[in-house]
Design a protein around this ligand. Structure first.
Ligand code: EPU
Length: 417
């Protein structure tokens, strides 16, 4: 096991280039199962979750060649094999195996997902969608069994606009008979990315990015080449790190439109932000104003940036209130930040944060974004070395984090525990 060591107090300076989006990649890889010939994915992030997904597809008989930021997936020899255990258990997003396998083989057995369990994360809306399409879904000893004679298009109204359920239903419906309409669909950019890939494979999907998505089922899908969108959460994390250290960083290979909510909130605090076509420059200021933040579904402030933002708000004057309306209890980073001297209390779904300096401490990342919050907190500490354990969570979502931070002038290194 490794830990991250951070000797903070240095403003981040320079340029960082953002990799492809994790939450797209781990939906696009299983989407390739639906094709009959090779799918090439470019701009793939180098992450442990991506490696696990490659392993899952190989277990099913796909040929996977992963070199640098490109993955070639030949799904032509894939077989319908039950996956109650094994790598599917390591990933939350293994739930996409349900939609992809159901879409191709009309059956699937997938062990209930693992991943970041910061709170119970139900999949009832995914199951409601599969059932509406004609599948029988049962939970047998911790595995979801899905089976359908045929999948038929239908209208599905999601009770919550879930990213995972929206994508999973698109995967299952792409090769169903007739038209499927998803109402109250999630609008996150990753959903558009998945629809773009499926359309390049021959699917007919309209409305992705709006709350109504229409999928005309087709009998067969073919291979294609697709470049993954930049990771808006990694980009937002570097924006926050640049501001928290009072640095000056150009964040390249981003879509500024995807970062509007975080940009607006940071400007409200007094951070100087310049937007270019495919990059954003973040310049820190000596002091920041407190702000209130509400994490919401897209295009609202991303819940995945809520934990990193908590660390930035410890650097603002006065009291900020940060509420998460997507997850009610995503605050595992708070007790660890308190260990570092932060004055934060959690009330219901809000963290109340009083600005002040942080101290070096030994802290533990309990999930991916909590880990990012602790790294940012460590970067702000003037004296001493902050030790962050739970690095395996951080490696799930941040491509080249240590080398990127070092390139920006941070004194960060990995050490064996
Ligand atoms: N929900 C339900 N029932 C469902 C599905 C979701 O009640 O069947 C609820 C959830 O409990 C939550 C809300 O709906 O309160 C939104 O959940 P959603 O389904 O949108 O989340 P997800 O698809 O499981 C993805 C990302 C998360 C990100 C959320 C919200 C992936 C693999 N994960 O999760 O990313 O927080 O959308 O944007 O795409 C991360 O990257 O750190 C991460 C956790």
């Amino acid at each position: 096991m490794e830990k991250l060591m951070i000797s903070g107090g240095r403003p981040l300076q320079g340029m960082v280039s953002i990799s492809g989006a994790k939450n797209s990649a781990i939906a696009l890889i299983p989407a390739a199962i639906l094709a009959e010939s090779e799918v090439i994915l470019d701009n793939l992030p180098l992450l442990s979750d991506v490696a696990v997904y490659a392993e899952i597809l190989e277990e099913l008989g796909a040929k996977v060649a992963w070199e640098g930021s490109q993955m070639r997936i030949d799904p032509s020899a894939i077989k319908s094999i039950p996956m109650p255990n094994g790598p599917v258990k390591k990933l939350r997003a293994s739930y996409y195996m349900m939609g992809a396998m159901l879409g191709r083989f009309k059956e699937a057995v997938v062990g209930l997902p693992g991943g970041c369990n910061f709170e119970p994360r139900p999949i009832d809306q995914h199951i409601k969608g599969f059932e509406a399409l004609g599948a029988t879904v049962t939970n047998e000893h911790g595995s979801i069994h899905l089976h359908a004679k045929e999948l038929r298009g239908t209208k599905i109204y999601l009770d919550v606009s879930s990213v995972g359920a929206t994508i999973n239903i698109m995967l299952a419906a792409a090769r169903a008979k007739g038209a499927t309409i998803i109402e109250n669909a999630a609008k996150e950019p990753e959903i558009i990315d998945v629809a773009t890939l499926l359309n390049s494979m021959g699917a007919v999907i309209k409305g992705a990015g709006t709350e109504t998505i229409r999928i005309e089922g087709v009998s067969e899908l073919h291979g294609c080449r697709h470049s993954i969108i930049p990771d808006r959460i990694q980009a937002g994390t570097y924006m926050i790190a640049a501001a928290a250290t009072r640095g000056d960083v150009l964040i390249d290979n981003v879509i500024p439109k995807h970062l509007e909510a975080i940009t607006a909130k940071m400007q409200e605090m007094g951070v100087v932000i310049e937007e270019f076509d495919e990059s954003i420059r973040v310049k820190g200021a000596p002091s920041y104003e407190h702000v209130d933040v509400k994490a919401l579904i897209y295009p609202g402030f991303a819940t995945d940036l809520q934990s990193p933002m908590t660390s930035l708000l410890t650097q603002a004057r006065g009291v900020s209130v940060l509420s998460d309306f997507v997850y009610s209890n995503r605050f595992k980073h708070v007790p660890e930040l308190v260990r570092m001297g932060a004055k934060i209390r959690v009330e219901g779904r809000s963290a109340i944060i009083e600005g002040g300096n942080l101290n070096a401490a030994k802290v533990k990342a309990a999930d991916l974004r909590a880990g990012a919050a602790l790294v940012i907190a460590g970067l702000t500490v003037e004296d001493g070395v902050t030790e962050v354990t739970g690095v395996e969570y951080i490696d799930r979502g941040y491509d080249h984090l240590v080398s990127n931070l070092r390139m920006l002038g941070a004194d960060v290194w990995r050490q064996s525990e």
